[in-house]
Design a protein around this ligand. Structure first.
Ligand code: BGC
Length: 767
């Protein structure tokens, strides 16, 4: 056998062994996969060490443009010398980031085509570049695209189909701009409400996060990466990013092994089994070990246990941060050695290619084995072949007729309207009557930027120059609904300060309703860190002053985090959580206020009442011990899974088909849900399990199933679920999944305070 063919066979063998891991990836590679592996191996065999190291580098686009990296530009002009160095001579593996201005898909086409044509036609081996971007709520970096609600709002829909559809549209609109790799979805478990990036996550619950993450993967990749409309995902941030001990971005997290496996790992594990092609490593450290140099996490768990065959990329400048922020490496050489040996395939070193020479030197000095480099490059090349970049390195925007279309806008509106969560409706003040006079005020009332949040045309989303003037703010939408002459508007406050609250109070005297729109300054990453979870005082004071008038007040919250509103909650009659609802959010919020939309969102996190009393809904009983030694020490403002509707729902008849299950037996559950009102509406039936006695102190309860249904007035529907042994498992003292004989309680219903319960036994062997 020629040596060349034996390499191919060995590589296929290694590859099929990894696929036979416990994840659901098919055990046997199909023909297409075998052909891809053959192409990868053939190409790899031709590469020099330096070319391989070049494939492991991800730079920022501005590095090949004229000017300084962070310059704001009007047009991307390629710097001839830099372009030759990175794209042709080095044939760099991957590029990310924007050109420093908002490009439309034609401009992206020009940029990507210029890069790919040279990479393919002028570099020695003709390898296309893998372009990655953060199109995290729609193709937000492509002018004219639809911008969906942020992930936290998509989670609040409790409707994975909507998430799947939003990912499909995001992929389509990204591909219209020749952007094939999306740095999304975010599979983090957001453990602290302080963390600014909770808005980019699907919330605090591992099951809900997993369901939504998998829906996103399906929508984006469609199981067919070669198709021109589909794009590869990049799950982030591996691992424990949402658990920073101080609630800040990129902070150290303390995560014991059992918690890691029970809460943080499952969303990644399931999404990888679903076929996710990329994983981004988290910037933070866990237990003091930076994730970027954690070989146990990356090589043993991610690539080993989970059988991940895709690309593992570092986060922005994080090799540098091993030196500067984590202080675990003394220089770039040591940092690179740690990161590559830990298992990283692509290094996001935005500004230069120094790391390429460092990798070459480390390999030549036997400090990084060649097998590690080959593993990394194989993964990068594999993804490029799977994405069909060698054949179709860019797409003609005119082939994407549905880009920014009414059809896509309608789906976006549907997502926003299903996300909005009604948290209070005293005396059924909502929906508001359209014939009355309304005062609209507050920081988020007339802002497109607050509705869109960060990652909206610009990184922080605070710049107004790119706002689409056809989109409605909450104020615009209310005026459209009830007529401008019925609406008064006074700004009231900005994010932190009073502007003209006295004027608001005087204007409010002549109206029937007051709609106070509060919110957060759009921000992400470090700029989103806050020290105080309370809604800023100025915004709370506005509500307090208005409350003295004794008129109905509706509080509308447009924010990524649950900000504490304990003092103003009793002063208002209605509360609507809009999260960051995206471009159609103004219309959707107004439509909920006036009853054109019946709200159906449910909180994807626990909404705290006190900053000193925060826990996720799943916690240990000891965590909620109170000062009287009772167990009433957990009193959130609103519970996880809570959300009202204009309809009224009743649950009854909770039934299980047996009271004991064993081994592979299934438990069938059914519950009747009735719409007792005269309004058609949607309800989310949630099923939680509590293990009543376990060798490791069990969680209070955990979500194991949910189903969103729609009911006509007076209609009754029976919702059914099936559970099995897997749902009863937890991580035992030896850090492995186990199930123990004993009693379990299930709670089933639409709102946490009105759940029906049943008990059953699990017995490994039934006599
Ligand atoms: C963020 C990532 C993002 C990356 C690339 C980082 O700073 O943490 O979420 O994907 O930048 O833009």
């Amino acid at each position: 056998m020629k040596p060349f063919f034996s390499i191919i066979i060995i590589s296929i063998l290694i590859w099929s062994c990894t696929t036979s891991n416990k994840s659901n990836i098919s055990m046997k590679p199909n023909i297409e996969e075998i052909q891809t592996e053959k192409k990868v191996t053939t190409l790899l065999a031709k590469m020099t060490l330096r070319e391989k190291a070049g494939q492991m580098l991800n730079i920022g686009l501005p590095t090949v443009l004229t000017g300084d990296y962070w310059d704001e530009r009007e047009k991307a002009v390629f710097d001839a010398e830099r372009f030759k160095k990175y794209i042709i001579d080095l044939n760099v593996g991957s590029i990310h980031n924007t050109p420093g201005y908002l490009a439309d898909n034609k401009e992206w086409y020009r940029i990507v085509k210029t890069i790919q044509d040279s990479a393919i036609k002028k570099s020695r081996l003709g390898i296309p570049v893998l372009y990655g971007i953060d199109n995290i709520h729609g193709a937000n970096y492509v002018a004219g695209s639809v911008m969906f609600p942020h992930q936290i709002a998509m989670a609040a829909t409790w409707n994975p189909e909507l998430t799947e559809m939003s990912a499909k549209i995001t992929s389509y609109e990204s591909k219209s701009a020749s952007l094939p790799w999306n740095f999304n979805p975010n599979a983090d478990i957001a453990m602290s409400p302080l963390w600014g990036r909770i808005s980019e996550s699907f919330g605090e619950d591992p099951y809900l996060v997993s369901e939504m993450t998998n829906a996103y993967v399906r929508g984006s990749q469609q199981n067919e990466l070669g198709n021109k409309e589909n794009s590869a995902v990049c799950l982030k941030h591996f691992l424990g990013y949402g658990a920073g001990r101080n609630g800040k971005d990129r902070a150290n997290a303390i995560i014991p092994e059992n918690n890691l496996r029970e809460y943080f790992l499952p969303p990644f594990e399931k999404a990888i089994a679903e076929g996710a092609k990329g994983v981004m490593i988290s910037s933070n450290a866990v237990n003091g070990i930076p994730c970027h140099s954690n070989k146990y996490y990356i090589t043993d768990i991610l690539k080993g246990e989970l059988g991940f065959k895709g690309v593992v990329i570092s986060d922005f400048s994080d090799i540098q941060f091993l030196i500067e922020a984590h202080q675990t490496a003394k220089d770039m050489r040591e940092a690179t050695k740690l990161a590559v040996n830990a298992g990283l395939d692509l290094l996001m070193n935005p500004y230069d290619a120094k790391v390429v020479d460092i990798i070459v030197d480390l390999v030549e000095n036997n400090e990084i084995p060649m097998s590690r480099i080959d593993d990394a490059v194989t993964r990068v090349l594999r993804l490029k072949f799977e994405l069909n970049l060698f054949e179709t390195p860019y797409n003609n925007p005119s082939d994407f007729k549905d880009f920014g279309s009414e059809k896509h806008i309608a789906k976006n509106y549907k997502s926003a309207s299903e996300a909005i969560t009604l948290l209070k409706n005293e005396n059924e003040i909502l929906p508001l009557k359209k014939s009355k006079k309304v005062l609209v005020t507050g920081y988020s009332a007339n802002s497109i930027n607050v509705l869109n949040g960060a990652w909206s045309r610009t990184f922080l989303g605070q710049d107004t120059q790119y706002n689409d003037t056809t989109k409605l703010t909450i104020l615009d939408a209310i005026k459209k609904e009830v007529g401008a002459s019925n609406v008064q508007y006074v700004e009231g406050t900005n994010y932190l300060e009073d502007i003209n609250t006295s004027l608001v109070v005087s204007k409010a005297k002549n109206v029937d309703y007051i709609v106070v729109c509060v919110g957060e300054l759009p921000a992400t990453e470090k700029p989103s860190d806050i020290n105080e979870l309370d809604l800023p005082k100025a915004q709370q004071n506005l509500v307090k002053k208005l409350a003295a008038l004794n008129k109905p007040i509706i509080l509308v919250m447009v924010q990524g985090r649950p900000r504490i509103i304990r003092e103003i909650e009793p002063l208002v009659d209605g509360i609507i959580m809009g999260y960051y609802p995206g471009q159609e959010g103004g219309s959707a919020i107004s439509d909920v206020l006036f009853g054109n939309i019946n709200p159906s969102g449910k909180l994807p996190y626990t909404y705290p009442k006190f900053s000193g009393n925060y826990l996720t809904y799943y916690h240990k009983k000891t965590d909620i011990r109170d000062v009287n030694w009772g167990y009433n020490g957990f009193y959130p403002q609103f519970e996880f899974g809570y959300g009202l509707s204009y309809s009224k729902f009743e649950v009854s008849n909770l039934k299980i088909n047996k009271d004991t299950i064993s081994l592979s037996e299934e438990l069938n559950i059914s519950i009747d849900v009735k719409n007792t009102s005269s309004i058609k509406g949607k309800e989310v039936i949630q099923l939680y399990l509590s293990d009543l006695v376990a060798s490791v102190s069990p969680d209070s309860k955990k979500l194991v199933r949910f189903s969103k249904i729609e009911l006509n007035p007076s209609e009754v529907k029976t919702v059914t679920f099936k559970l099995n042994k897997k749902d009863l498992m937890f991580i035992g003292a030896d850090n492995k999944w186990i199930v123990e004989d004993g009693e379990f309680e299930m709670l089933v219903g639409g709102n946490p305070s009105k759940m029906l319960s049943e008990k059953f036994l699990y017995k490994k062997y039934v006599n």
